[in-house]
Write a protein that binds this ligand. Structure first.
Ligand code: NAD
Length: 267
């Protein structure tokens, strides 16, 4: 307990799934929270995103730990809106120390039916959204004299994932972003790392990607999704525990790390 006492943390995609779990775990460890989620269903996303009511539920769970919360409904692709929301949160709570750039989407399709809108949406949210999150947060971390950014990549950020080409490109992309920022921000004592989950239960994403019909047609590719450890999917809290570690001073000299919480799927 109290591993994040006195810290203020931003979580994007905090209305559901892993983002909610990260917010609650950070609150348990003493952090105050700036919570961001999209608020309204984006027209170009074909499966459910968190509603405003779901983000409210995260707020209640955080407040139950006697932590302070600032909430914003904003699409991470909206750099201006996100920058304003993060600035308002940092002003309200008194600064910013930790960032969980977690919001993301995933769509399954094979190369020969690939839709350019899927490419644009996936790269827009998973890569440009993460870049926007870092740019919105970094001035506050630098002003504070240091901090920790944890970007949620995926097992698909360290290996190929068939039928998820756009997703895989985006999740490799944020690893490059992490490496460059880790170098540039080291002089400001800002650490930048990625986490790489395998499939995670209790998320919209796990239920969304129509991967199985594609794998049934191409059974040789199914092994790309088999964990080495005897578990089909991990739980959001398994990823949150890694995020809390990277957010806390326990990892004070860890930067540029790709931390796999993937049950060995990428081996
Ligand atoms: N679920 C998995 O199996 C899995 C595996 C590996 C990595 N990941 C990654 O974990 C992260 C969290 O996803 P999850 O598993 O909790 O899935 P999820 O779909 O349950 O949650 C994603 C959250 O991000 C929010 N979001 C999506 N687009 C947004 C946007 N444009 N602006 C603001 N918020 C937005 C959604 O509303 C939702 O609350 C994602 O980056 C995802 O790529 C998920």
């Amino acid at each position: 307990m109290n591993r994040l006492q006195g810290k203020i943390a931003l979580v994007t995609g905090a209305g559901h799934g892993q983002g909610r779990s990260h917010a609650v775990r950070m609150a348990e460890e003493g952090a105050d929270l700036i919570l961001v989620d999209v608020g309204d269903q984006p027209a170009d996303v074909s499966y459910p995103m968190a509603t405003a009511a779901e983000l409210d539920e995260t707020v209640k769970l955080v407040e139950a730990h006697d932590r302070r919360v600032h909430v914003a409904h904003v699409d991470v692709r909206d750099r201006e809106g996100l920058t304003a929301a993060v600035a308002a949160g940092a002003t309200a709570l008194g600064g910013l120390d930790v960032v969980s750039a977690n919001a993301g989407v995933c769509f399954a399709e094979s190369w020969d039916t690939a839709d350019s809108a899927v490419w644009e949406t996936t790269l827009g949210i998973n890569m440009t959204g993460v870049w926007n999150t870092c740019l919105a947060a970094l001035p506050h971390l630098v002003e504070r004299g240091g901090g920790s950014i944890v970007i949620t990549s995926s097992y698909a950020g360290v290996r190929g994932a068939p039928f998820l080409a756009a997703y895989t490109a985006s999740k490799h992309g944020v690893v490059g972003l992490m490496r460059s920022l880790a170098l540039e921000l080291a002089e400001h004592a800002v650490r930048v790392n990625t986490v790489h989950p395998t499939g995670v239960s209790d998320t919209f994403m796990a239920g969304a990607a129509p991967l199985f019909p594609l794998l049934e047609k191409h059974p040789k590719l199914g092994s790309a999704y088999v964990n080495a450890l005897d578990v089909q999917t991990v739980e959001p809290v398994d990823i949150s525990n890694a995020v809390v570690f990277l957010a806390s001073d326990e990892s004070r000299y860890i930067t540029g790390l790709e931390l796999k919480v993937d049950a060995g799927v990428s081996l």
